[in-house]
Design a protein around this ligand. Structure first.
Ligand code: BGC
Length: 248
């Protein structure tokens, strides 16, 4: 079971590829489809099915990273997707529609697993935190390599709302923030997280991690922060890896 289809479901796009789990690399081109604007289960599962068909992957194992709290194979939150995902039997429904055996975990937890096994998190002792900066902010916390799932640090109370409303990449775009303004906002959030968890390392993932140099000057030098090595592919690789770890 060294080749699994990894699907990284986001609030704006659904990315996928077949992953070689020995190497932690994509062995096909990335295939990306838009997330349906409704964000509703039926429409989103239709897109997942199209992805399975694209890779001719019916009946084979798939790992999915999904932007919500996932507990006991049910999705329990819906920040940037339709509220009907709350209490939805996500694993059962995807398996019924695609005919594939699947494992679903939170998207940031998936990205964290990829970095831990194949990226900058390899061999890190103590606490490591990965934050994904995209439409929302996702988080994965590991202690000595063990995941504490569904931590949702993007939902920490911050200013008038929650952290992701200020420091996600979508807020930078929406408010047209300069790199200095964005970096300063993000730094505030990182300092708070650092104070609460005392991590040995904070990794930043999501597409914006490629642009880390643009805002790194505004991140306090006392924080051990760096971009994730697998950048935007961590979500796909980690989703596939989740099947290997948690699948039957
Ligand atoms: C969701 C998280 C998710 C993150 C990144 C947040 O809004 O609450 O579950 O991991 O976005 O997609």
């Amino acid at each position: 079971m060294n080749r699994i289809l990894g699907i990284d479901v986001g609030a704006t796009g659904i990315k996928s590829a077949i992953v070689d789990l020995q190497e932690g690399t994509l062995i096909t081109e990335r295939f990306k489809l838009q997330t349906p604007v409704s964000g509703k289960p039926k429409e989103m599962i239709d897109v997942i099915h199209q992805i399975v068909e694209h890779f001719d992957w019916e009946g084979k194992p798939i790992g999915l990273g999904f932007p919500a709290i996932i507990k006991n194979d049910i999705s329990w939150s819906a920040s940037n997707i339709h509220e009907s995902w709350i209490g939805f039997k996500i694993k059962n429904e995807i398996e019924a529609q695609t005919g594939c055996s699947c494992v679903v975990i939170n998207d940031a937890d998936a990205a964290g697993l990829a970095e831990l096994s194949f990226g900058k998190g390899k061999g890190i002792k103590g606490t490591m935190i990965l934050l994904t900066l995209g439409t929302g902010i996702g988080s994965a916390i590991f202690n000595d390599g063990v995941l504490l799932p569904n931590t949702e640090l993007g939902h920490l109370k911050y200013k008038d709302s929650i952290a992701e409303k200020y420091a996600a990449n979508s807020s930078r775009k929406l408010k047209d923030l300069s790199w200095e303004e964005y970096g300063t906002e993000l730094n505030d959030v990182l300092e708070h997280i650092d104070f609460v968890f005392s991590p040995n390392l904070i990794l930043l993932g999501g597409g914006i991690s490629k642009k880390f140099k643009n805002f790194s000057d505004y991140i306090s030098s006392g924080l051990n922060v760096c971009p994730a090595e697998k950048f935007n592919n961590a979500g796909i690789i980690g989703a596939a890896l989740a099947y290997k770890i948690y699948g039957k």
